[in-house]
Every structure is written in structure tokens, then in C-alpha cells.
Design a protein around this ligand. Structure first.
Ligand code: ATP
Ligand code: MG
Length: 441
């Protein structure tokens, strides 16, 4: 992509209404534009990152054996009246009347809708378990939308739902998502800690939030620091293994966020030297709620004795648009964003420092054509001065920079800069392809 034909409305000034670094950098680097409070348009650079995150989340759901569907954003109020959540949900729900004056709503979540889909077609234990997910925009009229996409009103979520014949198999589905979440966040370059979360009136210990450590997070988190090491092995776990034993290892370390935290228990179980307290960002939440919705909405199946049973359910969310901000919070410096390779909007930033010099520009154009065949390249071919170019390419966080200056035509060398380490090195143009292939590890 040539920068001269790319829509990248970079801001020089830091917007005054942005409180945290990810929000500032997302606005400054032209990733998003606010439409109204907590509602954003995604511009090309932001959308590219959002899609990459979405795809990783999708791939990991697919690997775990979850089926993708797509439910609408607008739901009929009747379903929510049936589950008796219509009144309870209160002002966070955006309620709409259509032209026939039917009550509709913009979905804040999809338990009712998925239960309705399930009950209309699945009638026997033989067809269980069922694991379904979708990736769809949600609307919650949050009391305090803030921190940009981190607490928006309209936001993109992956939400999955499990249906099982009893609580034992329902726990197996829960464990599958537990492991899947750790794998997903690991792939995104994040260290997410599973934390026991409040299950409300349903009880039990089957609710976990996945939280990444960040000083700008909204949750207070308390954990045994040894849980961080446990996560290092997550890639090796296969879904055919006994997942309960893996999940139990994580559960054996104390970890809890605000609501569930108990100081006495923390001191009793965890040696002082391992105790950690920090702020964190919730990026995912999994929840087993048994027959809460199936009972009231009559989602029944016949068990092996021909007896009708309420199906056992769970729901599993990941905040995809929140993750864009969360990744920036955990990967940036004073000059801008530092994208982890897997979600970077472009792999290579090619910068022509001498756009008015014909010889240099010829080399730059050729390198662009060459590299663009195999990699996602953003080619800064604009006529700005070097200072503007350097700060812009740092700000938008592309992992690998190739800087083309006068030496490109006089000595056939270009400069490589690693955005993360700031290490630079001179590369012979004849070696450049080879050099970049090797970065691809
Ligand atoms: P929170 O406590 O942050 O409000 P929640 O418990 O309401 O989250 P869930 O209903 O479990 O969240 O939603 C699943 C995921 O969706 C959350 O883990 C979070 O990553 C994301 N999410 C929830 N609310 C928002 C929001 N307002 N803006 C962006 N992402 C959100
Ligand atoms: Mg909430």
C-alpha cells in the first residue's frame, strides 16, 4: 500500500479528551474516529488490526471445534420477556420500536436468541454437546463509556454458547473454552490470567475472567505470581487430552479480581513472596450457568432414558474491539504503538526519505514492488520531510522499518530498524529479500 493513496489521518496533537495511552495512540494514528460517545468508526489502519484479531479469535474457536454462526444485532423483546431479563437489564439496553410498534432491542448479548435457535432444532441428547459462536457488534448503553474502544457502547464481541446434557459434560465444554481462551490470548502476544469471578446467585466456581496486567485496567487483581509460569505450556495442550487436569492446575493458584477477592484466604494460601496485586484489563469472560435460561425458555432434550431434561448451558465472551486497545496498552513506548507481529496492520514500513531524488525514488519503487509480492508493506512515498516520516512510522507501530536514503543509490544499502528494540543495521539491497525472509520467524 502506498501511503500517498492510503487514508491515514494522523494527528499531530494529542487529543485532550483521551485519558489513556491506547486511546491517544488510536486517535493520533488515525485508527478510529469517534462518532458519538462510546461509538467509533474504524478507519483503514484500525480496521486492519481489528480484522486480524478477529481472525485469530475465529481460528482458535474453529480449532476448538466450535461452530460459527451469525445472529442479528436487532432482537425481538419477546425473547427477553420470556427469560425475564427484559426489565432487569435496565438502561444499558437500547430499546427500539419498529414501524409496526413492535418492541425490539439492539442486542447487548445473545443468550436468549441462541437458546431459541437451539430449542427449535435440537431435541435429543444424541445431538449434544453443541458449541456455537458468533462475532457480532453489541450495544450496551454504558453509564460511563471511556478509554476509547476499551469501554465503548457499541463494541465487537465474540460470544460462544455451549449446550450439554448434564453438569458434568457442561463442565467439559467449559474446560474446552478455558484452554481455548488461554491459547487465543497467547497467540495474540498477551499474558491473560484466568481469575475466579463472581457467579452471582447461581453459585459454583465455574466463572472466570481472563485479565491482562495493565496499570490502566479497571479491575483490581490479586494472584499468585506462579500462575504466570503455568501459562507458558499452553501451546502444547491438545484438545484430546484430559483438559480438566490442565484447568485444575490453573485453578490451584489463587487468582481473583475485586468482587471475589478475599484477603484472609489470599494470605492463607499464598506465601507473601508470591503475592501479586495489580490493575488489569478484562479481555474475556466465561460462565457456566446451568439451566438458568433453558428452564425458563423450555430448551429441553430427551436423555438416554427418554426423560425430558433442561439443557445445561454456558456462555463465553471475548472483547475483540477492546483487545485492540488492550494490546496497545501492553505494547507501546513514548513514540507510539509497537504491534506484535501477528496483529500488525503491515509487516514492513518502507520509508523513502528522498522522494524528490529520482535515483533514490527509483530504488524505493523497485523495493516496494519486490517486497509487496510477499509481505504487507506500507510504502511511505509522500513528500514530507524526514522528521515527519520517522515519527509517523514509529507512531503507527509497524514492526519492521526499511529506511531508504541517499546511500540506496550511491552505495546500494538501506537501513533496517526494528520498531521494538530500536536496533538498526545497514543491509545491502541485494540481500534485503533474504534478510526479510529471515525475520519471518
Ligand atoms: P465489564 O465488567 O468490563 O463491563 P462484562 O462482564 O460486562 O465486562 P461480558 O458481558 O462478560 O462483559 O462480555 C464479554 C467481554 O466483552 C468482556 O470480557 C469484555 O472484554 C468485552 N466487553 C464488555 N463490555 C464492553 C464494552 N463496554 N466495551 C468493550 N468491550 C466490552
Ligand atoms: Mg459490563
Amino acid at each position: 500500500m502506498k501511503l500517498s493513496s492510503y487514508f491515514l489521518p494522523v494527528l499531530k496533537e494529542t487529543p485532550s479528551d483521551a485519558e489513556i495511552i491506547s486511546h491517544k495512540y488510536m486517535l493520533r494514528s488515525g485508527m478510529i474516529k469517534q462518532s458519538s460517545s462510546g461509538i467509533y468508526s474504524w478507519l483503514p489502519l484500525g480496521l486492519k488490526v481489528l480484522k486480524k484479531i478477529e481472525n485469530i479469535v475465529r481460528e482458535e474457536q474453529d480449532i476448538a471445534g466450535v461452530n460459527e454462526i451469525l445472529m442479528p444485532t436487532i432482537q425481538p423483546a419477546d425473547l427477553w420477556k420470556e427469560s425475564e431479563r427484559y426489565e432487569d437489564y435496565g438502561k444499558e439496553m437500547l430499546r427500539i420500536n419498529d414501524r409496526q410498534n413492535r418492541e425490539m432491542l439492539y442486542g447487548p448479548t445473545n443468550e436468549e436468541q441462541i437458546t431459541d435457535i437451539f430449542r427449535s432444532s435440537i431435541k435429543s441428547y444424541k445431538e449434544l454437546p453443541q458449541l456455537l459462536y458468533h462475532i457480532q457488534w453489541k450495544f450496551r448503553d454504558e453509564l460511563r463509556p471511556r478509554f476509547g474502544v476499551m469501554r465503548g457502547r457499541e463494541f465487537l464481541m465474540k460470544d460462544a454458547y455451549s449446550f450439554d446434557i448434564d453438569s458434568i459434560s457442561s463442565e467439559e465444554s467449559y474446560n474446552r473454552f478455558f484452554i481455548c481462551y488461554l491459547k487465543t490470548f497467547e497467540r495474540l502476544g498477551l499474558k491473560a490470567i484466568p481469575m475466579a469471578a463472581d457467579t452471582g446467585p447461581i453459585g459454583g466456581d465455574l466463572s472466570h475472567e481472563f485479565i491482562i496486567i495493565s496499570q490502566t485496567g479497571e479491575s483490581d487483581i490479586y494472584f499468585d505470581e506462579r500462575i504466570l509460569k503455568e501459562g507458558d505450556q499452553i501451546n502444547k495442550i491438545d484438545y484430546s487430552e484430559d483438559l480438566a487436569s490442565h484447568v485444575n492446575k490453573f485453578k490451584s493458584y489463587y487468582s481473583a479480581s475485586d468482587d471475589k477477592f478475599n484477603r484472609e484466604k489470599f494470605d492463607e494460601i499464598v506465601d507473601r513472596k508470591y503475592q501479586m496485586h495489580s490493575k488489569g484489563i478484562e479481555v474475556g469472560h466465561i460462565f457456566n450457568f446451568g439451566t438458568k435460561y433453558s428452564k425458563i425458555m423450555k430448551a429441553n432434550v430427551l436423555d438416554s432414558d427418554g426423560v425430558e431434561k433442561s439443557v445445561h448451558m454456558g456462555s463465553y465472551g471475548i472483547g475483540i474491539s477492546r483487545l485492540v486497545g488492550a494490546i496497545i496498552e501492553s505494547s507501546h513506548d513514548e513514540n507510539g504503538i509497537i504491534w506484535p507481529e501477528v496483529v500488525a496492520p503491515f509487516k514492513i514500513g518502507l520509508v523513502n526519505l528522498k522522494p524528490k531524488d529520482e535515483k533514490v525514488t527509483k530504488v524505493a519503487n523497485e523495493l516496494y514492488l519486490l517486497l509487496n509480492k510477499n509481505y504487507e508493506v506500507l510504502y511511505d512515498d509522500k513528500k514530507d520531510n524526514p522528521g515527519v516520516k520517522f515519527s509517523r512510522i514509529d507512531l503507527i507501530g509497524i514492526p519492521h522499518q526499511i529506511i531508504i536514503g541517499s546511500k540506496a543509490s550511491s552505495e546500494n544499502v538501506v537501513e533496517y530498524k526494528n520498531r521494538k528494540t530500536s536496533a538498526t543495521e545497514l543491509i545491502k539491497i541485494s540481500n534485503l529479500s533474504n534478510f526479510i525472509d529471515k525475520l519471518n520467524t
